[in-house]
Each structure stands twice: as structure tokens, then as C-alpha cells.
Design a protein around this ligand. Structure first.
Ligand SMILES: Cc1cc2nc3c(=O)[nH]c(=O)nc-3n(C[C@H](O)[C@H](O)[C@H](O)COP(=O)(O)OP(=O)(O)OC[C@H]3O[C@@H](n4cnc5c(N)ncnc54)[C@H](O)[C@@H]3O)c2cc1C
Length: 496
């Protein structure tokens, strides 16, 4: 039986996969196939349908620069609109015939004899000359590391796999976690349930959100006035730049971080009536150690008498509900796991066994050593392999900036390979080492090394204590993604 072969296979059809497909096809690579285990495009916006799901950066900056919509319904669009935007991109760029859904990649092995990637999927074997990973940083749900997960007799669901058939009205619901998804879901379901118990390990910094409906005339104006969309993107991007990458990477040196902290504490004091609950909701780590959240009535929800904030450590999940270490049994009908995603876990980066030269598994190599890459895009020892989101590629700004930067980098390399007629392309060990050393020199400005960050339980940190984000502004990352020395890569006619 012959194996189905494509010049390029992209794993994932979220915005990284969609962006990759658009860039590759526009660069003249026609034989490209994207595979995704979801039943449709959009990635996180396909999978996450929990009540209240929405972007946490303004919509004008959370979209492709080359495919800007004037008709976002709100300044922070709801998840369903992002899912619709993904479908719109697929239709607009005629990607559907080049996408395969309900197909999970389980392994990819570089065949050094024939210079191709051999890919195993739930739908059969594939091979490709180039492999582009776009499997996403937040695509693999993480279950809590608590005894008895699975023992609960009622309905259990992870926020990213919301089961809409489960009725919450009039039920006793427990939710484990107070991260970004929980901040959105808690205020929505509190309205409906009989009682909501929120199990919190670490309080999150929560700032108000400038969230409002965009009136139709404004949408029409954005569509009609030349430069209006670009301007709205520029303004919101500047705001995102300051609140995420600047504070995170230069937080130890720039003014403003403590101002934000003071504003957030004042907001907490204004929103929450009970001083004891307020105390429990007060973060003890610097703003920026983990991604802050934005919501206009999350904090206020804890004033409700039918909402309990439980901060005692969980001992076990039992058939009846949740038992905390003080022996209290919290009887529940429904348990929601807002416990986030496997981000830098061994089985999530990448999401399948990936064997490069000498059969060395990338996740094993990264686990034994530390995460490393060249600009978050390529790794020595893994020829003809690129990833849109790799270690030290993302600076925390809009994800779309990352996708466009990574794709500019990848397309430049592939074009060069095509120009030279190369069969094998690989980033050099020296280029990667130089890049990593450059990052090391910038670490001292980052907020992550503030001692308080140790208590933040932030998914930014790997088990080795590294933070694999790119300490850079978005403008610099954009420039470097397009102007890196091309001899950072070796181009060979064939491995043999
Ligand atoms: C609820 C939520 C809200 C968010 N809000 C924001 C925001 O406001 N701003 C922001 O910048 N970022 C936000 N993010 C981060 C988000 O991860 C990125 O913005 C972006 O959508 C990721 O795109 P992606 O294509 O890289 O990954 P994903 O959207 O996760 O898509 C990856 C796809 O690859 C598939 N896949 C993975 N592995 C395999 C495999 N082995 N085989 C087949 N298919 C596979 C997955 O099923 C998934 O469909 C949010 C994330 C979540 C979960």
C-alpha cells in the first residue's frame, strides 16, 4: 500500500495552522495538508465552548493583520465569534480542501534514508518533506493531580470539553481552579446553579475589562474609513504590549507594574464586600508572574451567598464530591475542572512522539536537557521540522503576532531551500546556542525571577524552573523573524 505523501504537513488547524496554511500557499507551496483531531477549524475556539468564553485581549489585536474584520460585535469578542472568524479565514483563503479533521497525529519520525517525515495518524500513514507543528500551547487539557480524579459519581467536565447536555440549573456545582477559564465561567454559571463552590489554590490578578458592544455605525465606519481598522489594531496592540510582554519581560525595570498592582487591589477592595474573602482573593505574587485576567464581575460574584470560596487544600475527589484536608466533605452534583492545560509537559510539546536524527525523541531530549530552540521555530537534530509555537518564540503578546512572525521565518527558510534545491534543511547548533545565550543575557529584566513568583503556580514555568517565553518586544521579534542570518540553517541536497 502506498503512503499518502504531501510536500508539507501542518499538524493543527487552529489559528497557527490556519495562518501557516495561508502563508505557505501564498508563498507558492500548493501541496499542503493540515490535520487536526478536532471536527472543525479554530483550535481552542473550537474546543472551548464553556459559558462566558471570550478573548482576554481586544479583538482588534486578536486577528490576522492581513485579514482584519471591521465587524467584531464587542471590544472583546465571545468565543463563538472567534470560531466563526476561523471558519471565515478557511473559506476566504480556500483552505477547506487542504484540511483533514478528526485525525490525530500519534507519531512522526524523520527517515534519514529518504529525507521525509513518516507520520502516523489515527486515519492512516502519511509522509511529508516538511513538517510544521501547529498543535498549540493550550490544546491538551490537564487534569488535577488529586487523588480520586474519576471517582466522582456525578458529572465531571473540563472547561475545554464543556458538556452542554449537563444541566446546571438548580445543581450543587464545584469548580476546581481560578485561572483564566475559571474567571470567565464562574460568574456565568453562578447565576444558574443552586450553589457554587470554588476551590482556589492561587488567587489570580483580576483587572477590569474595557468590554463593550461595538455599535453598528462604528463597525460600518471601521469598514469604510481607510486606515481605521489598522489604527484600532495599533492602539489595542499597544495596550496589549504594555500589559503583557513589557510588564513580563521588562517588569523589573519599567515603571507602571506597581501602578497596575495598586489599581487591581483597589478594584478588588471596591468589588468584594467581605474583608475575609477579599483577603483570600488577594494575590501574593507580583503581577506578571502569571497571565493576569480581565473581567468585570468575576470578583463581585464572591459577594453572593450561594457562592463559597474554598481555599483549604483538596485532599481527594470522592464519589460524593470533594474532600478538603480539614475533613470537610463538599457534596456536589457536578464537578468542573478548570485546571488548565499541559503546556510544557513532556506529552504536550509536541503532542506526539517526534523522532529526529538518530531516532531521538524531541520531548525526551527537551525533558532531559532543557527547552531550547532557534527563535521558537526550529531545533538542531530535527531537519525539515518547524514549529509555530516553540520554546522561546512567544513573547506573551497577541498570538497572531507570533503566528505571523513564525511563519515569516519558516517561509523564508523554505523559499531558500526551494531556491537552492535543498532536500534537507536544519538549523545549526551554533545559531541556536547563540540565540539561547542572547536570551539568557536579558533575563535579569524579567519579572519571573521576583521571589514572589515561586508561589504563583504559573504555567509559564517549566519543571526545571525556566520560563520559555521570548524576552523581547513584538516589534523586535517581528524584525528578527524576518532578518535572521539565513546561514543559521544548513541546506543540503540530500542527507545521504
Ligand atoms: C479559552 C482560551 C482563551 C484564550 N484567549 C486568548 C486571548 O485572548 N489572547 C491570546 O493571545 N491567546 C489566547 N489564548 C491562547 C490560545 O492558545 C492562542 O491564542 C491560539 O488560539 C492558539 O492557536 P494554535 O493554533 O497555536 O493552537 P490551538 O488553537 O490549540 O489549535 C491547535 C489544534 O491542533 C490540534 N492538535 C494538537 N495536537 C494534535 C495532534 N497530535 N494531532 C492532530 N491535531 C492536533 C488541536 O486539537 C487543536 O485543534 C486562549 C486560549 C484558551 C484556551
Amino acid at each position: 500500500m502506498t503512503t499518502e505523501h504531501h510536500e508539507i504537513i501542518v499538524v493543527g488547524a487552529g489559528f497557527a495552522g490556519i495562518g501557516a496554511m495561508i502563508s505557505l500557499r501564498e508563498a507558492g507551496f500548493d501541496d499542503v495538508l493540515a490535520v487536526d483531531d478536532a471536527s472543525g477549524p479554530g483550535g481552542v475556539w473550537h474546543w472551548n465552548t464553556y459559558p462566558g468564553v471570550a478573548v482576554d485581549i481586544p479583538s482588534y489585536s486578536y486577528q490576522f493583520s492581513f485579514a482584519q474584520r471591521p465587524d467584531w460585535s464587542r471590544s472583546y469578542a465571545p468565543g463563538a465569534e472567534l470560531k466563526a472568524y476561523a471558519q471565515w479565514c478557511v473559506d476566504e483563503y480556500h483552505l477547506a480542501p487542504h484540511m483533514r479533521f478528526d485525525t490525530r497525529v500519534t507519531a512522526a519520525t524523520y527517515d534519514e534514508g529518504s529525507d521525509v517525515w513518516r507520520i502516523t495518524t489515527s486515519g492512516g500513514a502519511l509522509s511529508a518533506k516538511w513538517l510544521v507543528h501547529a498543535g498549540g500551547p493550550l490544546s491538551q487539557p490537564k487534569l488535577p493531580d488529586i487523588d480520586g480524579v474519576g471517582a466522582f459519581a456525578g458529572d465531571t467536565m473540563h472547561t475545554s470539553r464543556w458538556d452542554h447536555s449537563v444541566e446546571l440549573t438548580g445543581k450543587r456545582v464545584g469548580i476546581i481552579g481560578t485561572g483564566a477559564s475559571a474567571v470567565q465561567v464562574i460568574p456565568e454559571i453562578a447565576e444558574r446553579v443552586e450553589h457554587l463552590t470554588v476551590f482556589q489554590r492561587t488567587p489570580i490578578w483580576c483587572l477590569p475589562k474595557v468590554d463593550f458592544a461595538i455599535p453598528r455605525p462604528v463597525q460600518a465606519g471601521l469598514a469604510a474609513i481607510p486606515g481605521a481598522k489598522a489604527l484600532s489594531r495599533l492602539v489595542t496592540q499597544a495596550y496589549v504590549e504594555y500589559t503583557f510582554p513589557v510588564i513580563a519581560h521588562y517588569g523589573a525595570s519599567v515603571p507602571g507594574r506597581t501602578l497596575f498592582e495598586r489599581a487591581a487591589l483597589a478594584y478588588l477592595a471596591q468589588q468584594v464586600d467581605d474583608p475575609a474573602i477579599r483577603e483570600k482573593l488577594t494575590p501574593r505574587y507580583a503581577l506578571g508572574c502569571k497571565r493576569p485576567s480581565f473581567h468585570n464581575w468575576y470578583l463581585r460574584t464572591f459577594n453572593r451567598t450561594d457562592v463559597t470560596l474554598e481555599t483549604t487544600t483538596i485532599d481527594a475527589i470522592t464519589p460524593d464530591g470533594v474532600r478538603t484536608v480539614d475533613g470537610t466533605e463538599h457534596s456536589l452534583d457536578v464537578l468542573v475542572l478548570a485546571t488548565g492545560f499541559k503546556v510544557t509537559d513532556k506529552d504536550a510539546l509536541p503532542t506526539y512522539a517526534l523522532a529526529g536524527r538518530g531516532g531521538i525523541d524531541l520531548a525526551e531530549a527537551w525533558d532531559a536537557d532543557r527547552l531550547h530552540s532557534y527563535q521558537g521555530v526550529s531545533v538542531p537534530g530535527y531537519p525539515n521540522f518547524f514549529t509555530v509555537f516553540g520554546p522561546y518564540g512567544y513573547n506573551g503578546s497577541s498570538y497572531f503576532a507570533l503566528v505571523e512572525n513564525s511563519m515569516a521565518h519558516i517561509v523564508r527558510v523554505l523559499r531558500e531551500a526551494r531556491r537552492r534545491g535543498s532536500a534537507v534543511v536544519e538549523v545549526t547548533t551554533e545559531a541556536e546556542a547563540e540565540y539561547m545565550a542572547g536570551l539568557e543575557r536579558r533575563k535579569r529584566h524579567q519579572i519571573f525571577w521576583d521571589p514572589s513568583c515561586r508561589s504563583a503556580n504559573s504555567y509559564y514555568f517549566t519543571k526545571q524552573g525556566d520560563v520559555p517565553l521570548r524576552p523581547s518586544t513584538t516589534v523586535e521579534a517581528a524584525w528578527r523573524s524576518r532578518r535572521f542570518p539565513i546561514d543559521a540553517y544548513s541546506f543540503a541536497a540530500s542527507a545521504g
